[in-house]
Structures are given as structure tokens and as C-alpha cells.
Design a protein around this ligand. Sequence first.
Ligand code: FES
Length: 335
Amino acid sequence: IVGICNTWSELTHCNSHLRELADAVKRGVWQAGGFPLEFPVMSLGEFNMRPTTMLYRNLMSMDVEESINANPLDGVVLMGGCDKTTPALLMGAASADLPSILVTGGPQLKANWRGGELGSCTDCRRYHAELRAGRITEDDWQDLQGSIIRSPGHCGVMGTASTMASLGEALGIALPGNGTIPAVDSRRYQLAEESGRRIVNLIKEDITPSKILNTEAFHNAIHTLHAIGGSANAVIHLIAIAGRLGIELPLRLFDEFSKTTPLILDLKPSGRFLMEDFFYAGGVSALLREISSFLHLKSPTVTGKTLGENVDSAQNYNRSLIKGVQDPINAQGGL
Ligand code: FES
């Protein structure tokens, strides 16, 4: 019996397509001989919740943990997207420690506005400042708001949602491709279906989060965080997820790794490109291959292969977006 733990909500725009995506997961579960049952948990949407979703992350993680523990489930597919939903799912699943796999909703499509490409929320904040400064009009602002979010999915910059979805791959708890395939791309649905098949195998093999999310996996995630110029919130979330498994991640470790791990990804908010471009460039697998000298490549993952095997054949198709460690954007981490 596979629980599909879903953070779909009409109040969380970023996760508004997760019911359709859950249908793809269910198809995969059926194909592999499992019995899928979808259930809701609390959803945290950055747009609407006040004063801040961060105040609710731990509450949501308890909802996830208790919903998994209280029901007769053999394994769980975790469906998140917007910033705090992914870490809360991983925290709850880590505590429950039933076989689990992460499927996030994917980034929004890039926005095109008056000849330029925009990504929320880097550019909405930038243009809101322009509005307050009187350099664009209220009509311009309304037009921009109508253009900047073209599809379901989470923010298309390397904010917290993209960071946690990408780190899911580095941690080994999500399939390759999870971090970057756009929300409305058919390959996102293929990945969801494959995740449904994989969870049945993880149950058969009794591969629980505590067997995947070990100290080396978290070290891989911290190196990746620095290489992608990820969200500072990931520090808080990684410490919390690791804490559920009794693993300590002191702040000095993040500092230490940042001195040696180069920033190699040119994405907004620190750089130029968007998550959709990152996918076309080869995605997280291509980046992990570039920084493989920093990683524990023998770490187990939900694919049934090691992290090294997962990324072994990955190709970097755009070297001005994903740089090499010999030719980084910055020699130190981009946090
Ligand atoms: Fe959901 Fe930005 S508002 S990821």
C-alpha cells in the first residue's frame, strides 16, 4: 500500500498541478504491483500565508509524520514544491522512516515580458522596486503580473523551492531530473510515473530514508548547495532534516565546505539564467558530474544505484550556464 502524500492546494499556486501529477505516480504504482492511496497534508504557499510559512514548517512536518505513522502504509511518495513544503515532507518522512521517494512539482516556465525573460520572484521584487521608484507605471506593473507566472510550478529562479528540489537529487531521495524538469513538461509526468514504480521496489527491498539520508548524503547536499548558489534557507532545512535522523550538521561545516566548493551555476538570483535553462543544459545530474571530485559517489539512492552511477553518463550541454570546477563563476561557494 503506497501512500501518496500530497500538498496540492488551490491556495498554493506552485503546487496546484500536484493532483494531476499524483495520477501519473498512481499509474506507476499500479504498473509495479502496488496499491496507491492519495492523502492530503497541510500545504504551505509563499504567496498567501502570513506572517511567514516558516512558522508552519514544523507543524506541517508533524502532520506528515503522524499521517504516515497512523495509517496502514508500506511506503510513501512525497509530493511538494513551494519552498517549505519539500523540507517539511522530508522531515516528516525521515522521522516516520518508511520507504519514501520525493517527487516535486517542477519549476514554472520562463516568463517573457517586453523582450526580456523574467523569473519569479527575483524579477517581481526587482520591478516592484521600480514601481515604487516611479520608473514603471501601475499599468506596467499589472501587465508584468499577468505575464510573470505562465504555468503551474514553483518559482523558476534558484530560490528555496528549486534549491530543495535540486538537493533532493544530491541527497539521493529523488530520481535524476526531479530538480529541473519544468512543471508542465511531459517528462515531469514520466518522472512521476517512474517514481511510482520505484517506490514499490523500495518497499520490497525495505530501503527506508535512514538508509539513504546518511551523513555522506548530507555532505553531498552541502557541496551541491554551494555549487548551485542555492538558497540560504537550505541551511536551516538541511539541519532540520538531518536532525530527524540524529545527524548533526554544524554551521562550521557549511562554512568549511564553502571555502573549497566553487560556484559553477549561473542562475538567478545571483546569476543570469532560469531553472528551465538549467534543465536544457543537462540539469542537476550534469552539475553533479562536474563537481564529482567533491562528492561521495558511492552513496545509495532511490534509483537502486549509487549517486556516481546515476550521473556517470550525464552531459553538460551549456558550459556558459553550468561551468566546470576549473573555470568557476567564483572559487568559493555561492551561498
Ligand atoms: Fe512557491 Fe516561490 S512562491 S516557490
